[in-house]
Design a protein around this ligand. Structure first.
Ligand code: AMP
Length: 208
């Protein structure tokens, strides 16, 4: 199983990718997590990409492609979360997969209206201890997760609105890109977390 998952920020792609990875054993590869880890490590690359991340802008294609590429050949079952984010990246992914002699089995587009997205993002918290993502109202952390629970730097209202603009301009056109290749699956992301997981698993034929 090799699939990409995309959608506007707050549609829950990170949450769903974690759940699907747990249920299917496919490796969850999140370019956003790779970006945040690089920034946290304080490396030269991290310093170079920090401003893009904090503003909610896309990191330049050549940098993100080099960051993602090594993971593609690591296992034969993965779920790419947050990559590709535009057509140039989608083409680079196709080229990299062709070089490896492998293909993409599905492209999942998560769909939700803007007001739901902003609401979800402003309540989002990530556990520093476990990396798990929670929502203060809809999915509060369990007692066994010690936290602390941090809000992402790019989850401010200004950055959220900017990231949505970037999504509609650059990422949403990927729906056509994958539809033309007959691997697009659209999922209603406004449903509850378990229902969305079931819908995605059914759509990619992993519902057992
Ligand atoms: P995410 O956690 O997927 O929302 O990603 C957080 C931030 O990391 C984005 O706002 C970008 O700055 C950067 N990023 C993650 N994936 C990509 C990508 N495929 N292309 C460019 N920038 C990315």
């Amino acid at each position: 199983m090799r699939v990409v998952i995309f959608g506007p920020q707050g549609a829950g792609k990170g949450t769903q990718a974690q759940r699907i990875s747990k249920k299917t054993g496919a490796k969850h590869i999140s370019t956003g997590d790779l970006v945040r880890a690089e920034i946290k490590s304080d490396s030269d690359l991290g310093k170079k990409i920090q401003d893009y991340n904090d503003r909610g802008d896309l990191v330049p294609d050549e940098i993100i492609i080099e960051m993602a590429k090594p993971y593609l050949a690591e296992t034969d079952a993965w779920l790419l979360d947050g990559f590709p984010r535009n057509e140039a990246q989608a083409k680079a992914l196709d080229d990299a997969l062709e070089e490896l002699g492998i293909g993409l089995d599905g492209a999942i587009a998560m769909e939700a209206p803007d007001d739901a997205l902003v609401k979800r993002l402003s309540g989002r918290r990530t556990s520093e201890a476990t990396g798990r993502i929670y929502h203060v109202e809809h999915d509060p952390p369990p007692e066994e997760d010690p936290g602390p629970f941090n809000q992402r730097k790019d989850d401010t209202e200004e950055a959220i609105l900017h990231r949505l603009e970037v999504y509609y301009k650059h990422t949403e056109p990927l729906k056509d890109y994958y539809d033309e290749r007959s691997i697009l699956v659209s999922v209603d992301a406004t449903k509850g977390i378990p229902e969305v997981t079931e819908d995605v698993l059914r759509a990619i034929g992993e519902d057992g």
